[in-house]
Design a protein around this ligand. Structure first.
Ligand code: HEM
Length: 414
């Protein structure tokens, strides 16, 4: 494989799945930030696209939704054109205002700080129970033993989804999120099957909640909201899928990313354990910054525009690489370092910016802080036993498996 320096700068394709599976993208983005921060790639399996790689440029694109549209009508919010898949999910993340704003307003109360606070108790109990069930000194898969069960339990609580069916949630979510599988007819048909199954089950639950008095769960709130009440099938499926994918893969991959970080920076982890009150929140934010569970969001130019010294044409795909903005040395010195004491960590772009900024940010942070606090309370050491197995995706920046062993310093070893 050629070194990054030897590759022609023009047309550097950072979307290739193999780059992400091998976690080999850092030098490519460092080079783009340095040499050509608004870079045009002509050839990729997703067609031509612009890469926006510096922090300030990403913020500038997000701050101008009139010029840089999120709408599914132009292709949506990921590098893969949404029109190219058989299942077109009408998610409000892939809409422009005013429709986006109306739908967002309907969901927002369910994830308001007062609602999130109600989840804190059950969340801590579940986290503790899962950590206490882990084997001491024997290898296990952190992704499947901790990250997936914890995030699934939280989403089931949020929707008040039937507890004994909750394993369906990550299965549906994983398939709904496979938006960069390309135009593969077999995979698309499989995805379609899962998404329709999800839609049918949620439609049933939605009708039940609509017939019942309002409850404080998300589905009931949607069923009783004027904005959601009359929406068509595709928009309904889209809203559900958005909350599922938004809450599932992202938080899951942050919880998994934490394990890589504490293995890379054992001294910083020791410091967190020694001052968990002071550092748990910084450790959570740094984990989300460095993991960047959603590596990119895409926009489509609605007019010709001069940007960063380049001419972006109407209809061009503009891909904002949050993983790169989060390592921009002008904003985050020594940017690859996991530093729970970093003062401006909260400025990271993992939750996006502007009118579409993540609605679940507080909930995600709460889950991660709780996990860190409960691990620290058990004085846990979690060691990688092999290289993590990563997803070959430039969108969901995450893991298939992370094999680890765990010991506890709190005397409860086994
Ligand atoms: C670490 C965890 C998470 C990450 C990294 C993340 C990331 C993101 C990103 C990048 C966006 C798009 C922002 C933009 O375009 O500017 C977004 C939007 C969104 N997220 Fe999250 N998310 C996380 C957790 C959650 C959770 C737990 C939920 C809900 C349960 C959620 C619900 C949403 C929704 C509804 C939107 C759409 C907002 C809009 O279009 O107005 N997310 N998220």
């Amino acid at each position: 494989m050629a070194t990054v320096e030897a590759l022609p700068r023009e047309g550097l394709d950072v979307s290739e799945g193999s780059l992400w599976a091998a976690s080999a993208w850092r030098p490519m983005f460092a080079r783009l930030r340095e040499e050509d921060p608004v870079n045009r790639c002509e050839n990729s399996i997703f067609g031509p696209y612009w890469s926006i790689t510096r922090y300030d440029d990403i913020v500038a694109v997000e701050a101008d939704p009139q010029t840089f549209s999120s709408s599914w009508e132009h292709g949506g919010i990921v590098i893969f054109d949404m029109q190219d898949t058989g299942v077109q999910l009408r998610m409000f993340i892939a809409m422009d205002d005013p429709e986006h704003g109306e739908k967002r307003k309907a969901i927002a109360p369910a994830v308001a700080p007062s609602e999130i606070a109600k989840l804190a108790g059950p969340l801590r109990e579940r986290t503790a129970a899962i950590l206490d069930s882990l084997p001491v000194g024997h290898p296990f898969d952190w992704v499947h033993s901790v990250s997936i069960p914890l995030t699934t339990a939280m989403i089931a609580t949020l929707f008040n989804f039937p507890w004994d069916e909750r394993d369906k949630l990550p299965e549906w979510s994983d398939w709904a999120a496979k938006i960069d599988i390309g135009p593969d007819p077999v995979l698309n048909a499989e995805r379609e099957r899962h998404v329709f199954e999800m839609a049918a089950r949620f439609k049933e639950l939605y009708e039940e909640r609509r017939a019942a008095p309002p409850q404080p769960d998300l589905l009931s709130m949607m069923a009783h909201s004027a904005s959601f009440g009359e929406m068509d099938e595709q928009r309904f499926i889209g809203a559900i899928a958005l909350l599922l994918v938004g809450g599932n893969d992202t938080t899951r991959n942050s919880m998994s990313g934490l394990i890589e970080r504490i293995n890379q920076y054992p001294d910083a982890w020791a410091a967190v354990k020694a001052d968990v009150k002071g550092l748990a929140s910084g450790a959570a934010t740094e984990t989300i910054r460095l993991q960047t569970p959603i590596a990119h969001m895409r926009r489509t130019a609605t007019r010709d525009v001069e940007f960063g010294g380049k001419t972006i044409r109407k209809g061009d795909k503009v891909v904002m690489w949050y993983n790169s903005g989060n390592r921009d040395e002008d904003v985050f010195p020594d940017g690859d370092r996991w530093d729970p004491t970093r003062e401006n960590s909260r400025r990271h772009l993992s939750f996006g910016y502007g009118i579409h900024r993540c609605l679940g940010a507080r909930l995600a942070e709460l889950q991660l802080v709780t996990l860190i606090e409960e691990m620290a309370a058990r004085d846990m050491e979690v060691k990688l036993v092999s290289d993590p197995e990563r997803l070959p995706s430039c969108f969901t920046n995450g893991y298939e498996h992370i094999m680890v062993t765990m010991t506890r310093g709190d005397g409860a070893n086994g």
